[in-house]
Write a protein that binds this ligand. Structure first.
Ligand code: ADP
Length: 564
């Protein structure tokens, strides 16, 4: 653009200079012609007067200011000439200045000399003797005028050229510079200083560019904010989320999704296989793209279970525009589900055994198949089995009550020592039977809790400490107020718990050695109930146990300290 403006400026300057030169040369020539004409005319008249005194052409030329003097007869015959011999000159009768000559005023004619082939101006006047006096002078004409003016024209051209070049340079600098600067500023991303250099039109352009860039910038900021929002939501989402386009290329992948698939590389824009090569996911994604169908399935990844939902993203008749994959960690739910089904299996199994026994014994009694002595024994067995069933049902009911009412349970200030004492008394018979000594160390310590729940908690712990003890063993129940809260400790000298089982004994229906036949009667729900109650009160349970040496269960609960 700079070059184009430059060239145009110079060409315009050249044309202007040439035109000016030609016009001024033409004017100069016209002016010169006019002057020559007047001068020659006056000379012609003056010489015609001198002719009356001395008609010698040579003499007369002395007054003609360097002009040529010719005397022509009325018939055109050259009588005398100051520059040539009259005899050698042809007849001038047909020449315009001779034809038009009159006696009153001199006539001037400018034309090319036929003899000398150069532009001449002629002035003629009729003399008193009838002859014609002709004065001739070489005359440059318009072409001559131009040649005459050439040095001036060249000088003017040179000056015009310099002025044009200078102006073009200044102009291009002033107009192009702001545009070039604007382009540089835009490229550098700093367009706040965009200016049109004071030129209205350029200001208009830069103003528009500025407004446009502002708009682009704003929409870019909005897009970035939206992207940030989505990324923020995705990064905070525990569920794994992946968005694919119709070519199965990853458009978005949340932090959790990458964590689930253990992917550390950049995945945006790459194929889904970079994230996961799972066949089930690949098939489901393919179906979503081609058949617009949904896929829901569970997937085991490491130790966790994820519910995977693959959905096509479609819009009307356009088919699948993309696919979303959502992975929800359902490990706990699936475990709870399996625990529930295990719970029902176990509960039915546990209930079925005593029912079968009771039914068998009842039929024996009904059919009179046992004698009197035996029947007392059978009645005792029926009673024991009924007790077992009752315990099981009671524990199941406790669990279901705890699950439904933990938050709504009625609370009061409960003296833990009092509850512990009540539990010890209630289990004294069982302890005696098992030949186990129960010792209670109680202090004044209170918790804000549900009394029945505190009873269930202590009852299960002390019951276990007696049940899983050894003959002549002991159980220490202690209730203390410590810095960390109300501490319940139940320690026994019993069979202890193997390290492998220690993490599982709080699970529902988990019983060590279940199925081995040598198991102590129980429901497997006692410690699950304890755990439920403790977590409902935001407490903690600690377990220390060594197989063959004994077990100590410590429960820490928030202590209730009424302000006096
Ligand atoms: P259960 O009704 O079988 O006692 P629990 O939930 O109370 O059910 O206990 C689960 C399992 O933990 C028991 O089957 C038992 O094997 C083990 N256990 C609980 N307490 C003790 C303890 N004090 N000493 C040894 N083993 C224990």
């Amino acid at each position: 653009m700079r070059k184009a403006i430059y060239v145009r400026f110079v060409v315009i300057a050249l044309i202007t200079a040439v035109l000016c030169g030609v016009i001024s040369a033409a004017l100069f020539a016209l002016n010169e012609e006019e002057q020559t004409r007047g001068h020659l005319s006056a000379l012609c008249f003056a010489v015609s007067r001198i002719y009356e005194v001395n008609p010698d052409a040579l003499y007369l030329s002395g007054f003609a200011d360097g002009g040529r003097v010719t005397i022509v007869a009325p018939d055109g015959t050259v009588l005398a000439d100051s520059s040539a011999s009259a005899d050698t000159m042809e007849n001038h009768g047909r020449r315009e200045e001779i034809i038009r000559a009159n006696a009153k005023t001199p006539v001037t004619v400018s034309r090319k000399s036929e003899t000398l082939a150069a532009p001449f101006m002629y002035a003629t006047i009729k003399l008193s003797d009838g002859n014609i006096l002709r004065l001739a002078r070489e005359y440059s004409g318009i072409g001559g005028g131009i040649i005459h003016q050439l040095p001036i024209v060249i000088a003017a051209l040179t000056v015009a050229l310099f002025i044009a070049a200078f102006t073009a340079n200044t102009f291009t600098k002033k107009v192009i510079y702001p545009l070039e600067k604007a382009a540089d500023d835009i490229a550098a991303g700093s367009y706040d200083a965009l200016s049109g250099g004071g030129y209205y039109e350029v200001e208009k352009i830069t103003g528009r560019i500025k407004a446009l860039l502002d708009k682009i910038n704003k929409s870019q900021q909005e897009t970035a904010a939206e992207k940030y929002k989505i990324e923020y939501i995705l990064s905070g989402m525990p569920e794994g989320f992946v968005l694919l386009d119709a070519d199965k290329k990853i458009q978005l992948a949340g932090k959790s999704a990458k964590k689930i698939f253990r992917c550390k590389s950049v995945v945006a824009g790459r194929d889904i296989s970079v994230l996961t090569r799972n066949v089930k996911i690949a098939e489901s994604v393919q179906k979503a793209v081609t058949e617009n169908s949904f896929g829901i399935f569970d997937l085991n990844i490491d130790d966790a279970v994820y519910s995977v939902r693959v959905s096509p993203v479609s819009e009307g008749e356009f088919g699948a525009l993309g696919v979303t994959i959502l992975l929800v960690d359902v490990t706990a739910e699936r475990r709870a589900q399996s625990l529930r089904s295990e719970f029902f299996t176990n509960a039915s199994h546990e209930l079925k055994t005593p029912i079968t026994s009771i039914m068998g014994f009842s039929q024996m009694l009904e059919n009179g198949l046992v004698d009197r002595q035996k029947s007392a024994e059978i009645c005792a067995r029926i009673s024991a089995e009924s007790q077992r069933m009752s315990n099981l049902i009671a524990d199941i009911l406790t669990i279901s009550r705890l699950e439904s009412e933990t938050a709504a349970a009625e609370t009061e200030s409960v003296d833990l020592g009092e509850v512990a004492s009540g539990v010890s008394d209630a289990l004294a018979f069982q302890a005696r039977e098992a030949n186990v000594a129960v010792q209670l160390e109680r202090a004044e310590v209170r918790v804000n809790a549900n009394r029945q729940q505190m009873h269930d908690l202590l009852n299960n712990l002390v019951d276990n400490a007696i049940k899983y003890n050894v003959p002549n063993g002991s159980v220490t129940v202690s209730v203390q107020s410590q810095k960390r809260g109300a501490v319940i400790m139940v320690a026994d000298t019993g069979i202890g718990i193997a390290p492998a089982a220690q993490g599982r004994i709080f699970e529902r229906f988990y019983r060590i050695g279940a199925g081995s036949g040598k198991v102590v009667a129980g429901t497997g729900l006692g410690l699950a109930i304890v755990k439920h109650i403790v977590s409902g009160l935001s407490g903690e349970i600690e377990l220390e146990s060594a197989a063959g040496k004994g077990t100590r269960v410590t429960v820490v609960l928030p202590e209730y300290r009424p302000s006096v």
